[in-house]
Write a protein that binds this ligand. Structure first.
Ligand code: NAD
Length: 329
């Protein structure tokens, strides 16, 4: 099948080519994102392969349908960037990668937490400059601390398993309780309790109207002084302006984020030669107790292999007209 792959980075090409054995499918790579302005590039393709920041709204879907595209193959789990109605009306199939290594994201959350707790990012830079002093590098143990988890789905469960090994006390909030986690000793509490009682709060729920700005002026006010907040889920879970105030007041002791509410203008791109106009992220980066990564929680060999192999198998399913559980309906 002839597929136009959008928002391509070198790693997308490497992994997809590896799983596209014998070049069975013709994959044509575009660095540009797919949206209504780039939809013309899809002429002559049966499928498009897209990622989180490609925008398949109604005009874009209508335009690719007119060009003969019959399938949208997502290299991610989320499909909030695709107009499902427009796709259905145009008879376009949508396929996705429902799950890929929840451990990858859980382990990244732990990496952010440990770096902040033990200041290894500072130690790394110091030692490279022959500064072997320990002054101001004192951290704290995770052992014995109360870790609050919001959202105990695939990633939240993987995160709790790791935290259990650290000897932390685990409390959690979710709309549904996991029996596996209860057996592990995780205590389900109200969202209020998780906010109030935790030394470290890690967010693992999806972004939806109920969870938008879950961390805000009010909830920050309820938290322990010096709390650590880790967000590897979606930027919109946090009201960043309120968090800035919390950091300035010392109420928030540490912030580790892999996602940011305005990330689509910044993340995944090398902007080192440009002036970043986003004053909020610039201010966040000025704090010594804030650690930001650019949505790399999923970025491990294992997860990339799974994304590529499922994507190729989804392309195969479209070519043969085979139904698959990866279909978005
Ligand atoms: P999942 O669907 O397995 O789990 C989500 C959990 O959140 C479910 O248990 C659900 O009941 C719970 N939930 C839903 N609404 C809630 C609410 N209002 N309050 C509390 N809990 C609620 O999803 P997952 O695979 O564990 O992924 C979690 C999130 O991680 C995703 O939504 C995505 O935003 C994010 N993610 C980030 C990366 C990354 O690279 N940083 C990669 C993949 C996923």
């Amino acid at each position: 099948m002839r597929v136009a792959v959008f928002s391509t980075k070198t790693y997308d090409r490497d992994y997809l080519d590896r799983f596209n054995t014998d070049s069975k499918h013709e994959l044509v790579y575009f660095e540009a994102p797919l949206n209504v302005n780039t939809a013309n590039l899809t002429q002559g393709f049966t499928g498009v392969c897209v990622f989180v920041n490609d925008k398949l709204d109604e005009p874009a879907v209508d335009a690719i349908a007119k060009n003969g595209v019959r399938a949208i193959i997502l290299r991610c789990a989320g499909f909030n960037n695709v107009d499902l109605e427009a796709a259905k009306r145009n008879g376009i199939r949508i396929l996705r990668v429902p799950a890929y290594s929840p451990e990858a994201v859980a382990e990244h959350a732990v990496a952010l937490m440990l770096t902040l707790a033990r200041k290894t990012h500072k130690a790394y830079n110091r030692v490279r400059e022959n500064n072997f002093s320990l002054e101001r590098l004192n951290g704290f143990n995770i052992y014995g601390k109360t870790v609050g988890v919001v959202g105990t789905g695939r990633i939240g469960i993987a995160f709790c398993r790791i935290m259990k090994g650290f000897g932390a006390r685990l409390i959690a909030y979710d709309l549904y309780e996991s029996e596996e986690l209860k057996l592990l000793g995780v205590e389900y509490r109200s969202l209020d309790d998780v906010m109030k009682l935790s030394d470290i709060i890690s967010l693992h729920c999806p972004l939806n109207p109920d969870t938008r700005y879950l961390v805000n002026k009010h909830t920050i006010g309820e938290m322990k002084k010096g709390v650590m907040i880790i967000n590897t889920s979606r930027g919109g879970l946090i009201n960043t302006k309120d968090v800035l105030v919390g950091l300035k007041q010392g109420k928030i002791g540490y912030l580790g984020i892999d996602v940011y509410e305005q990330e689509e203008k910044l993340f995944f791109e090398d902007l080192s030669d440009t002036i970043v106009e986003d004053d909020i992220i610039a201010r966040l980066m000025s704090f010594p107790n804030v650690l930001i990564t650019s949505h790399q929680g999923f970025f491990t060999n294992e997860a990339l292999e799974q994304i590529a192999s499922t994507t190729i198998s989804n392309i195969q399913a479209v070519e043969t007209g085979r139904p698959t559980e990866n279909e978005v309906s």
